[in-house]
Design a protein around this ligand. Structure first.
Ligand SMILES: NC(=O)CCC(=O)C(=O)O
Length: 258
């Protein structure tokens, strides 16, 4: 399975420019023969949270319209990172997953809001997990700060996810945490982790990429540089079953004591 990770800069509070750029990058990923393309977190607006009333995507309509059009035309699955959305009077940090015939097959609101970036002041947290199927493989998707919650990843691997996607806007100052936690989540859940971070700066943070694709045994298959790039990585899903047979962590869990 060939996966393209789109590590990009995001124009602060400028959905029009970000929509233009995402279309350009998804087209490039399709030209590389990717089967799945993955975008970063909050790519439509960045963390321009004080202006969400004006710029958040109402019911995700603009995002869904762009992603379904591209997925269908280019015959590519899209893990739509996440975008700021407005539903009723509330705002969310929402991931859409669109399959290669242009159907929206999953919609997920970030479950853990990150206080250091003021999310709790503006956004509502989601409550449901995010499991979907692409090419007959069960997969999961969480968002950025969700990475610090191993129980949330376990919930997804127990629900069958063999690949877990992690779009992010993870600042440079804590990039060591990002890399170590991603590797740990892959090893402990014996699954692939595909994590796409942004680059560039906003008013409060600078972001240095380091997007990663990690195999179930913990090998780093791809580490993104610190500038805009598209990483194309081929993963072999048989490795999940092989690793789970070699060290049967899922059979050895002591659910009787925890
Ligand atoms: N956008 C985020 O959720 C950032 C999470 C983060 O930086 C962290 O250290 O955790």
């Amino acid at each position: 399975m060939r996966i393209a990770c789109v590590q990009l800069n995001i124009a602060f509070g400028d959905p029009k420019e970000n929509f233009r750029k995402v279309e350009e990058k998804v087209r490039k990923a399709a030209m590389l023969n990717a089967e799945i393309v993955v975008l970063p977190e909050m790519w439509n607006t960045g963390y321009d949270l004080t202006n969400l009333e004006e710029i958040a995507d109402v019911n995700g309509e603009d995002t869904k319209s762009l992603l379904t059009r591209l997925a269908k035309e280019l015959h590519i699955h899209i893990i739509g990172g996440s975008v700021s959305t407005k539903r009723g009077n509330h705002f969310f940090n929402t991931m859409y997953v669109v399959n290669n015939i242009g159907e929206v097959i999953a919609e997920y609101d970030k479950a853990h809001l990150f206080k250091l970036m003021d999310e709790h002041l503006y956004l509502e947290a989601g409550t449901d997990k995010n499991i979907f199927t692409l090419n007959d493989v069960d997969m999961g998707g969480v968002i950025c700060y969700d990475l610090r919650f191993p129980e949330w990843f376990r919930t997804h691997s127990l629900a069958g996810a063999k690949v877990i996607f992690v779009p992010a806007q993870w600042p440079a100052g804590r990039i060591d945490h990002w890399k170590i936690l991603l590797q740990a989540r892959a090893i402990e859940n014996q699954c692939f982790i595909v994590a796409v971070n942004r680059v560039g700066e906003d008013l409060n943070n600078s972001f240095n990429g380091n997007s990663m694709v990690i195999a179930p045994w913990g090998e780093v298959l791809w580490l993104g540089a610190e500038e805009e790039t598209i990483g194309l990585v081929e993963i072999n899903l048989d490795e999940v079953d092989e690793v789970r047979k070699r060290i049967p962590v899922f059979q050895d869990r002591r659910v009787d004591i925890y």
